[in-house]
Each structure stands twice: as C-alpha cells, then as structure tokens.
Design a protein around this ligand. Sequence first.
Ligand code: MLT
Length: 264
Amino acid sequence: MKTVIDGMTIGYTDQGNGTPLVFIHAFPLSKTMWQPQVDSLPDTYRVITIDLGGHGESDIVLWNDTLDDYAKNVIGLLDHLGIAQAVFVGLSMGGYTLFSIYRHYANRVKAMVLADTRAQADSEEGKAGRRSMAQVAFKEEAPAIADIMLPKLLAPSTIEHRPEIVEQVRQMILQTSTAGIVVDLVAMTARPDSTDLLSTISCPTLVIVGEDDQATPVAESQYMAQRIPRSTFVTIPQAGHLSNFEQPAAFNQALNSFLEKCPL
Ligand code: MLT
C-alpha cells in the first residue's frame, strides 16, 4: 500500500485487527525485513510495517534528513491510519527512530521493542566511518554498500551456512536508493545521545539482541535494559544484528511472550 504524507509517498503494509504493532526497519533495508513477523503474528494484532524515505516503496524528501523527520513520517502514517497509540518495534536505525518517537510523541507509545540498537550517539570515529560510507554510496551505489553491510548485519555462521538469508538481505539493500542510503547516514551521524532518555521511559519495553551482534553488541543492550525501568531483556542465540530475520522463531517467541504480558 502507498499513501502521501507531507509530500512524501510512503510504502507500508497494514493487516489484522486489534492492538496496532508498528515495525520500523534497519539501515539500509526496508519493511520486507519484517516479513517473518508479519507472517507469524496472529491477526488479533494490527501489524503495520513502513518503508522509511528512500527505502522499499517509499519516495524520499531529501531535506527529511534527521531521525526526528523519520519519527514525524511514522507518526504521520499513524495519523493517516487513525491510530492514536501503538506498540513500536524498531531494529537498529529503527530503534534510533523509536528514541525520537519517544522523545517527541511519548503519548503515542503503548509499549516498545528496542532490537539490536543502542542509546549512545556515534563516536567521532563512527561519524567519520559514516562519512566515508556516504562517499562509497555516491560513487558505487547500493552493491558496494551491500558488500560493506552484510558482514555487519549477519552473524558469521549465517554468512557461512545460510546463503539464502544472505541473498535475501542483499536484495533488500540493492532495492534501497543511493539517496536513501546517504540521507540515513547523515541522519544517524547527527542523532543525539539518548542515554538520558532511558530512565524516563515509563512504558513496558522489551530489549532484544542477537548473541553475535557485532554492530550493536550485547553489552549495549544490557546497558539499556538496566536503565529502562520496566524492561525485559532477551538474547537470541545464533543471531547477529538482524536477529528477527536470522532467527525468526526465537525472536517471535520473545515478542509474543512480551506482548502477552503487556497491559495492552
Ligand atoms: C542498522 O542496522 O540500522 C545500522 O547498523 C545502524 C548503524 O549503523 O548504527
């Protein structure tokens, strides 16, 4: 499905009835990364996935270049769909977007799932790495970004033994526009530190991380879980950064059991 919000075409999916669950994808992927959750969640939930600007089926407004802009686009879609409150699930860059949503629209958040993400802003070295990745994207486009990102997104065991997963993730990256990749890098580089926000998060929160996550290691998730008052912490064995896609059964089980216990 598609709609136009604030002059930007947004691709999204919307299925089921009941408590809305809104899934926000990682860099440099698309809503397709949530297919294993969309396929398995009961239709007693209203499951919504969204393509951020320049990803999947969404167009891009180039000056929407902060995570606050991304948050506004997500909330704009919820307004369009008539949804006042939702459970939000964000993985990595989706988690950074979720911090912006909580900072500006906390009253829209019933509960949240912070998957394979971190609260800290980028280090100077991290910022420099993003600037050089943006140059690579400009010159060599998505195939070169796929070569850089696949070993960061997937556990070494996934890369070695599960070529079909590697190929699916590569295809998702190849469908991301160069503009989308570069704007994400600009937005992530400029994102504020969210460490101080953690102790103010008052909704039920699931912090979840792949045991072999190299991009946002387990210790960073533990750090968040220790500071968020009503948090549950789960690690996913044999998964890297893309824990929901590499080990969907374990991820879905953690998600379902969190949702069942949540006062929704
Ligand atoms: C992501 O998966 O969204 C990225 O790895 C996030 C990042 O580069 O910080």
